[in-house]
Design a protein around this ligand. Structure first.
Ligand code: DC
Length: 219
């Protein structure tokens, strides 16, 4: 069974998806981490998001792996652990740019479907319920005011990377990223027609997770 959780930057999808996946004993797919890893890999190889023919060549050598670890899942590009490297603001912006490339989306969509095949998964991202898993049993779309999302994202940056970033800067960064993610031609971010939309502005992370869990249990 697949449950999808989509929504804009900083809404808390990742944290919520992890909680719900533990409750149900499902695995968790962080599709954003795949876009981030691809962007980092292309950047390290000096290839821009506009150069599809070079991208095609280098992506043959890209293997993204998620490895369970007692302190949380690790993200690997081939054998290199890039878990922290992919969380910087620079990579956030770059991931969004690469995500607008149709070839990149086709490659990652195939990888995502292969990972999830015949398993129980919570799939989290921007296009999980709309384009990657349109037949998912339950679809959620989380939203929140920009200000509160900037707060949540700043807290996350502090937790993961130990850095303090001005909230206004974070707010501008996620606003620009959302615009790009929502207006690109290829699989733009929008709620699936059959998604349950939850405005999480005045809810805690645990309240949102409980709401999703009870909606699935009582469906
Ligand atoms: O969820 P995130 O912030 O880690 O995602 C980083 C970027 O990757 C996001 O701005 C757009 C892109 N992305 C996407 O286009 N489709 C997804 N399913 C997940 C992420």
């Amino acid at each position: 069974m697949i449950i999808t959780i989509d929504g804009p930057a900083g809404v808390g999808k990742g944290t919520i998806a992890k909680i719900v996946s533990k409750t149900f004993g499902f695995k968790y797919l962080d599709s954003g981490a795949m876009y981030r890893a691809l962007a980092l890999f292309a950047d390290l190889n000096g290839v821009s998001e506009k150069d599809s023919s070079k991208l095609k060549k280098i992506l043959i050598d890209l293997h993204i792996r998620f490895v369970d670890h007692e302190e949380g899942e690790r993200v690997l590009i081939n054998t290199d652990d890039v878990t922290e490297d992919i969380r910087t603001n620079e990579i956030s912006t770059l991931a969004s740019k690469f995500a607008a490339n149709d070839f990149v989306r086709t490659i990652l969509r195939e990888m995502q479907r292969r990972i999830v095949k015949n398993k129980d998964y919570i799939a989290e991202g921007r296009d999980m319920g709309t384009y990657v898993f349109p037949d998912a049993k339950y679809k959620f779309y989380l939203d929140a005011d920009l200000e509160i999302r900037a707060k949540r994202r700043s807290l996350q940056l502090k937790e993961i990377l130990g850095i303090n970033i001005n909230e206004d800067k974070v707010s501008r960064e996620i606003d620009e990223r959302d615009k790009l993610d929502m207006t690109r031609k290829s699989c733009p971010l929008h709620p699936a027609e059959d998604a349950i939309i939850i405005d999480t502005t005045s809810m805690s992370i645990n309240e949102v997770a409980s709401k999703i869990e009870s909606m699935v249990k009582n469906a």
